[in-house]
Design a protein around this ligand. Structure first.
Ligand code: ATP
Ligand code: MG
Length: 200
């Protein structure tokens, strides 16, 4: 497992749309490379993004994570839905990392296979080859790069929604005729004159 993963924008195919972008923090989850890891990764993504106030990105981020984790499991894990114990000997792990920068969320999945994936041109009737095309269409950038300590990381970048700060509402000052200010008897007199409740 890579001990010192470098920040994402290094070795990328496309330059960052925002060169001043800074990685603020990241979280990781390591999972056994079995099919149930896909659902676990989705729930993890949902939880982390919701906690970071980024619920608007959850659906896209879950989809990207599930495509990348599925690929990582196919490449390195056990695909049987109910594997027997002997099949689990030497079971690989995959690791998902979420990186939160000033303007983006990075979804990165590491596996121990050093083969870098290549996006396919899948035809209309092709059964597979769409996963990375989906990642490419949802993300502003994606890439795969060898990890320092072996294996590789495949990642995609989702831009944070631009939130426009609304001007703060200034409370309106109440303008009352000077004679009616206060809660004294004069108000009650006016209410009574309008036919209202005199027990204000
Ligand atoms: N983590 C990975 N490790 C090694 N090879 C990978 C990895 N991810 C993808 N690939 C390679 O890239 C190809 C394209 O991946 P992609 O996800 O687009 O399609 P797919 O997995 O073949 O089909 P689909 O995702 O539509 O079910 C894969 O067929 C595989 O050969
Ligand atoms: Mg795939």
């Amino acid at each position: 497992m890579p001990s010192a993963w470098r920040p994402y924008p290094e070795a990328t195919a496309a330059p960052s749309p925002n060169p001043t972008d800074q990685l603020r923090f990241s979280t990781t989850l390591t999972l056994a490379a079995v099919p149930t890891a896909v659902g676990a990764a989705r729930r993890y993504v949902r939880h982390e993004l919701t906690s970071a106030n980024l619920a608007a990105l959850v659906d896209d981020a879950e989809l990207v994570a599930s495509e990348l984790v599925t690929n990582a499991i196919i490449a390195t894990g056990v695909m049987a839905t109910e594997p027997k114990w002997p099949e689990l000997e030497g079971l690989a792990v995959v690791r998902i990392r979420l990186g939160f920068s000033t303007s983006s969320v990075f979804i990165e999945v590491w596996d121990h296979d050093s083969e870098l994936p290549v996006q396919q041109q899948s035809g209309e009737y092709a059964e597979g080859g769409r996963g990375l095309a989906i990642v490419a269409s949802l993300c502003t950038r994606w890439n795969a790069q060898p990890a320092q300590d072996g294996g590789k990381a495949v990642w995609g970048e989702l831009p944070k929604p631009v939130t426009q700060e609304l001007p703060r509402r200034v409370p309106k000052r109440r303008h009352e005729p000077t004679g009616l200010r206060g809660t004294g008897p004069s108000n009650r007199v006016v209410d009574a004159a309008r036919g209202g409740d005199t027990h204000a």
